[in-house]
Design a protein around this ligand. Structure first.
Ligand code: NDP
Length: 329
């Protein structure tokens, strides 16, 4: 079995030497467990936090342990009544080719409606994050204006398309002209503003003539700062992520609180794992939208488990478009 282990804790940005490859025997199965041949590994921003020796909402990865991560694959052996050889499944099996896990922690991927890889994206954790953060917390009404940051990414791309399907006007924020073009042309957002462009603040203002009712924020920092003055009375903010502050923690994001107070804004942070009851309805609705062609998704695929460290580095640097995955060969 090939695995990627955490070799050292990065100071500053992670590098490929933060990881080590190890080949070993296949895991043996306990009662109730399932052996999965992983085909896809999801690369996610939270992995950066797990590399550090600090406890956030989850424990860090120990040095020398297999890196944590969601995978999608095929059942090759089962000692659980709910799973049979050949089932397409997704679960938290880590950066490795084969993984053994209790069947109660696995979910099936409905490959009649979405490809297996989408079980890690639009029909997986990022999709449910978009669903809970947008539908449950921001609760946008038809005709309202919604802004989504990191709009071309795994979470943001779904959040914006869900808001469109709910009848909202949707403005994305993303890094670079190519990503913005994708967000408007392929994903159907009404506009997308490039936060790396010199005229970012003026363009944002022009795109939001009547302000914003709902901010779905993935980045924090100066992008969120620029949005706060555009808040409408009674607006809601979903604080989903703060990726701009990961390598450079600062109190930046919620520095300018006055617009929140004056406009009686509701700000809500959340962790998708706290909402287990929302996964099934979210994945069902999202898979239906994908199968019917109402939600589109893009994947950036790195080839081979050995490419996983580089894929995480690229994700954090904004070099991926859509959901970053690793194909496990
Ligand atoms: P993405 O696919 O969106 O990838 C991350 C993107 O962040 C990059 O592509 C890049 O896009 C953008 N980015 C990177 N650095 C900066 C920066 N300094 N300023 C602004 N944008 C930056 O990742 P996900 O969709 O997986 O996750 C999006 C967010 O959601 C993350 O913050 C993540 O931590 C959070 N999250 C929260 C969950 C929860 O339960 N609360 C669950 C899952 C994810 P660009 O090129 O446009 O800058």
């Amino acid at each position: 079995n090939r695995q990627v282990l955490l070799a050292s804790r990065p100071e500053g940005k992670p590098t490929e030497s933060s990881f080590r490859i190890k080949d070993g025997p296949l895991p043996s199965l306990g009662e109730g467990q399932v052996l999965v041949r992983n085909q896809w590994l999801s690369i996610d921003p939270y992995m950066r936090g797990r590399m550090m020796d600090i406890r956030t909402y989850a424990e860090p990865v120990a040095l020398g342990d297999v890196m944590v991560g969601d995978t999608a694959g095929i059942v090759v052996e089962s000692r659980h009544p709910g799973f049979a050889v050949g089932d397409a499944v997704a679960g938290h099996l880590g950066w490795q080719r084969f993984g053994a896990i209790d069947g109660s922690l696995l979910r099936k991927v409905d490959t009649t409606r979405v490809p297996l890889s989408a079980g890690l994206g639009v029909a997986g954790m990022p999709g449910v994050t978009a669903y809970v953060g947008l539908i449950d917390l921001c609760a946008p009404q038809a005709g309202e204006t919604v802004v989504v940051t990191a709009a071309s990414g795994g979470v943001g791309s779904v959040a914006g398309q869900l808001a469109k399907l709910r009848g909202c006007r949707v403005v994305g924020v993303a890094g670079g002209a190519d990503k913005c073009r994708h967000v408007v042309d392929d994903l159907g957002f009404d506009a997308c503003i490039d936060y790396k462009a010199a005229d970012f603040k003026a363009s944002l203002k022009a795109a939001l003539p009547d302000g914003v009712n709902c901010i779905f924020d993935n980045v924090g920092g100066e992008v969120l700062d620029a949005l706060l003055p555009r808040l409408r009375p009674g607006a809601r903010i979903t604080l989903c992520g703060a990726i701009s502050e990961v390598d450079n923690p600062s109190p930046h994001g919620i520095r300018r609180l006055l617009p929140l107070i004056v406009n009686r804004v509701k700000v809500q942070g959340f962790i998708v794992g706290d909402h287990p009851e929302r996964w099934a309805p979210a994945i069902d609705e999202l898979s239906g939208h994908v199968a019917a062609g109402r939600i589109h998704f893009r994947e950036t695929v790195a080839e081979g488990l050995e490419a996983a460290p580089r894929a995480l580095i690229d994700l954090l640097a904004g070099r991926s478009l859509g959901k970053q995955l690793v194909r496990i060969l």
